[in-house]
Design a protein around this ligand. Structure first.
Ligand code: ZN
Length: 258
């Protein structure tokens, strides 16, 4: 059966060169079985809330209006990915380890959602992955978004980008993604992205360390081992909509990769 359901996993703050160098076996698996890029682009500024709004609304921060981690409602609102899924009568779920991501959609649009605070336990990433997998098993949403923040918070900001602790958190995040692929990879197209990279203990600048991210597209709509050029966060919503059989919203600026 052709896949028409999607899981999107965002590993917060994961640089493309760190993904390539981390040594986790899933990296080789994805480079062989997914269409992918190690030269994907974040948005300016490469900061968590603006970047995730650009993922879900397919426009740069200058157009959605949130230019830092404080949400600003847009002057001219339009539907993003979650609203489009809802209006099509399909179901969506969001699991996030950073609470401001509630603003990736307007209220009353998600079917299921859960938040766990990154510092509330040894690994909120792993806890939330467990919760997301339970939702996938029991509720079978048409779309599920899983946000894993600890690479950014407990790796990059606490210890520095490219530090040992940073790589440790990437490996935990990829362990979690691997569990999802193993159990749900037949039923769902699975997309991996980061929102931005980082340098020293910060991010937010228009430099390659902050801007260049890995993006992997695994599923029957994507050719395994194919490298993609010119992909940005804005392309995620149109691509996901295409897999799900939905039309892109007129205001979206990104392109479908299918
Ligand atoms: Zn981030």
């Amino acid at each position: 059966m052709k896949q028409n359901k999607v899981i999107l996993v965002s590993i917060d703050g994961m640089r493309a060169d760190a993904f390539a160098a981390c040594g986790h076996p899933l990296v080789e698996y994805l480079c062989k079985n997914a269409s992918y890029t190690l030269d994907g682009r974040s948005v300016i500024p490469p900061v968590t809330l603006p970047a995730h709004l650009s993922i879900f609304y397919s426009v740069p921060p200058q157009r959605h209006g949130t230019l830092n981690n404080t949400y600003v409602s847009p002057v001219r609102p339009f539907d993003g990915l979650i609203e489009t899924i809802k209006h099509a009568g399909k179901t969506s779920a969001a699991f996030f380890t950073w609470e401001p991501l509630r603003d990736i959609t307007r209220p009353d649009m998600l079917t299921y959602s859960e938040f766990a605070f990154a510092y509330s336990m040894e690994s909120a990433d792993t806890y939330l992955t467990d919760r997301a997998m339970t939702c996938l098993r029991e509720r079978k949403p048409d779309f599920l978004f899983l946000h894993l923040v600890e690479t950014d918070e407990k790796g990059g900001h606490d210890h520095g980008w490219m530090s040992g602790e940073y790589f440790d958190r990437i490996k935990i995040a990829l362990d979690n993604l691997e569990r999802i692929i193993r159990e749900f990879g037949d039923e769902y197209a699975i997309i991996l992205t980061a929102d931005h990279g980082g340098h020293d203990r910060i991010h937010g600048m228009d430099i390659p360390e902050d801007m260049v991210i890995p993006m992997c597209f695994l599923g029957d709509a994507f050719e395994g081992g194919k490298t993609l050029d010119g992909v940005s966060l804005l392309d995620l919503a149109p691509t996901i909509a295409t897999i799900m059989g939905l039309s892109a919203v007129r205001e979206w600026e990104g392109k479908s990769l299918i």
